[in-house]
Design a binder for this molecule. Structure first.
Ligand code: HEM
Length: 183
């Protein structure tokens, strides 16, 4: 993944656990201390960082990924990519419907990247069916964290359920997301 993702993992660790913990984690993962934001890196580096963080912090990898998803929206996307965020939707539903378009538009900036795809069906005014396609395994908790923080950003409460995609024979993960304005 592009260095910006690994650099955000570094920010996530340092903000929550301090720079010494980042030194331990990147060393254990055999990963560089910092990353060139606009250069692609092997995905294994990102997975190794999450694995090392999980061991050293004694927190399950899923929980780290979920926290990192929230951090990505709270501290990276809405801070450093605010204009992209603003142009991609004014409320939770419009934004989620636009996710593919948004990732496609920034392909100019990240020519070699391999973004996920989110195919969205509006079930009702308060429910979305989101099919998450990725060539990477194990990132569903990251996606969950992203959606939770997106809900907060748009001041909507979010409830996520998962369909049994294996049983349905689908090549994606299917999320059923209820969303409602926070009063
Ligand atoms: C405006 C801010 C955003 C930027 C600049 C951005 C850019 C990127 C980049 C560069 C990657 C790495 C892909 C690669 O290097 O191959 C990525 C991955 C990803 N992005 Fe975004 N993204 C943004 C917002 C979001 C949001 C709001 C979501 C919410 C669902 C999202 C979902 C994901 C996921 C799940 C991945 C992991 C890759 C995978 O699942 O295969 N992104 N994004």
């Amino acid at each position: 993944m592009y260095g910006m993702v690994n650099q955000a993992v570094k920010g996530f660790v340092e903000d929550n656990h301090g720079p010494e913990m980042w030194q331990k984690i990147h060393t254990k993962a055999g990963a560089p201390e910092s990353f060139a934001v606009m250069s692609p890196y092997d995905d294994a580096i990102t997975y190794n960082l999450v694995g090392a963080a999980s061991e050293l912090l004694q927190v399950p990898a899923e929980k780290i990924l979920k926290g990192f998803g929230e951090y990505w929206v709270d501290k990276v996307a809405t801070v450093h990519y605010e204009s992209i965020m603003t142009r991609s939707g004014q409320n939770f539903m419009d934004f989620v419907k636009n996710l593919d378009h948004m990732h496609q538009r920034i392909r100019i900036t990240f020519p070699n990247y391999n973004p996920p795809s989110f195919r969205v069906k509006v079930v009702s005014a308060s429910e979305l069916q989101v099919d998450y396609y990725s060539e990477r395994a194990g990132l569903l908790p990251f996606v969950e964290g992203l959606f939770i923080a997106l809900g907060r950003y748009f001041q909507e409460g979010i409830k996520i359920e998962y369909a049994d995609t294996e049983k349905l024979g689908l090549p994606c993960k299917r999320l059923l997301i209820e969303h409602a304005p926070l009063t």
